[in-house]
Ligand binder design. Structure first.
Ligand code: ATP
Ligand code: MG
Ligand code: MG
Length: 385
């Protein structure tokens, strides 16, 4: 086992689940995030002063160096960190700051993928002017997806232009954020693959999953992907593995993809960290994405990514308002459903659209899974599917 200390930039739910996985390996973890009660800080026992967490922003260069001084390996649970400051750190860093910097600019990420033969749909640079947006719409057609190049999550940073007259609305919605345009992709399904990459460059894909989004936020994940096309899963894993091999550094990467009617696949985007679509791995795979991320960055042997249950689903618990009432109702019901595991993130405030937790359901068959899932969906005020 490793006695290296791991520093994580970001203390949200992904950091919390990394911390839980680390506790099972006796791995010491130090978190950098704002506040004493960030979700990841809550699950780690109080440390001696050497290992106490840091109160500060993961975009604050001085705080990043403070964290680096306490640990052997730095990693991230969010890509929106100060990658240049991270690159200055005098310790191991996984994935590499260059990878994080590339991925955090979604336009640069797409250019990188395209140049390395990864399938991406058409996209182009746009300036933040009505003329430039209209030119992109003339070029790529309508509807057109305008995206912020940076700081995007949960679709906050995306604007769908349905009519050329909405160009100024795009600018009003996305403000002065740097933009680019993507051709609208009429996908039939969204799928995702987690890939773990070791310090020596070995990659292992997790099973392909189907992700169901509602209002740009992932609501449901089904594992494994069911398809009549017997080649699909292996093809999607190969696309994901090839893409992850183009980046430097170890850890898990989440590869979001679009599945087209003809069976072809495009990469939507890649996350250089554990990912929402991989939460299911905690209960359903031989090694969770969180444990494998730690194993990878600590140069420990990678764990098996195989499924250990026949059928699995993950339901995100998304805030509907400032009230926790509906969430409590849902988790109360989940406690009565066989095969359901509740994960709450310890967030102090509930807000509409905020990820407050998730529920993983495992079952011996798809039919049993559907029955179990139905009980949970009935407990939602409005079903996401
Ligand atoms: P997150 O990082 O939380 O996954 P994000 O803010 O980076 O989200 P995207 O993943 O780029 O946003 O897009 C959010 C959703 O919008 C996608 O999951 C998909 O449903 C839809 N979408 C994105 N790009 C396109 C496109 N070019 N055509 C059609 N739909 C798209
Ligand atoms: Mg994203
Ligand atoms: Mg996305």
């Amino acid at each position: 086992m490793s006695d290296k200390v791991v520093g994580i930039l970001g203390g949200g739910q992904l950091g919390r689940m990394l911390a839980v996985a680390g506790s099972l390996l006796n791995t010491k973890i130090v978190i950098l995030d704002v506040g004493e009660h960030a979700p990841a800080k809550q699950v780690l026992a109080p440390r001696s002063s050497q290992y106490s967490h840091i109160d500060g922003a993961f975009t604050d260069s001085a705080r990043i160096q403070e964290l680096a001084a306490k640990v052997d390996v730095l990693t991230v649970e969010i890509e929106h960190v100060d990658a240049d400051a991270l690159a200055e750190a005098k310790c191991d860093i996984h994935p590499r700051p260059s990878t994080i910097k590339l991925i955090q600019d979604k336009f640069a990420q797409k250019q990188h993928l395209q140049a390395r033969g990864c399938p991406v749909s058409e996209f182009m640079a746009v300036d933040s002017t009505v003329e430039s947006i209209q030119a992109a719409a003339n070029n790529l057609g309508l509807p057109l997806m305008l995206k912020s190049r940076t700081l995007a999550y949960d679709g906050r940073g995306n604007f769908v232009l349905r009519d050329i007259s909405q160009a100024s609305d795009t600018l009003a919605a996305l403000g002065d954020r740097p933009l680019y345009a993507e051709k609208w992709v009429p996908f039939t399904h969204e799928i995702a693959v987690m890939v773990v990459r070791s310090t020596s460059g070995e990659v292992r894909a997790y099973p392909v999953v189907e992700t169901v989004h509602k209002e740009n936020i992932c609501h449901l994940v089904f594992a494994p992907l069911r398809s009549r096309d017997g080649t699909l899963s292996r093809r999607a894993q190969a696309v994901a593995e090839h893409a992850v091999k183009t980046f430097e550094g170890a850890g898990v990467f989440g590869v979001e993809m679009f599945l087209m009617n003809d069976g072809s696949i495009y990469i939507n985007e890649i996350a250089p960290r554990p990912h929402n679509s991989g939460h299911y791995t905690i209960e359903a795979c031989e090694t969770s994405q969180y444990e494998n991320h730690l194993r990878a960055i600590l140069s420990l042997p990678l764990g098996s990514t195989a499924l250990k249950v026949p059928s699995c689903a993950m339901l995100n618990i998304i805030g509907l308002s400032s009230s926790m009432t509906e969430i409590t109702h849902l988790t109360d019901v989940a406690l009565t459903v066989p095969g359901a595991s509740v994960h709450l993130y310890g967030k102090s405030e509930c807000r509409k659209g905020r990820k407050m937790g998730h529920i993983t359901i495992v079952a011996e068959s798809d039919a049993e899974l559907r029955t179990r899932l139905r009980a949970l969906l009935k407990a939602l005020p409005s079903s996401p599917i």
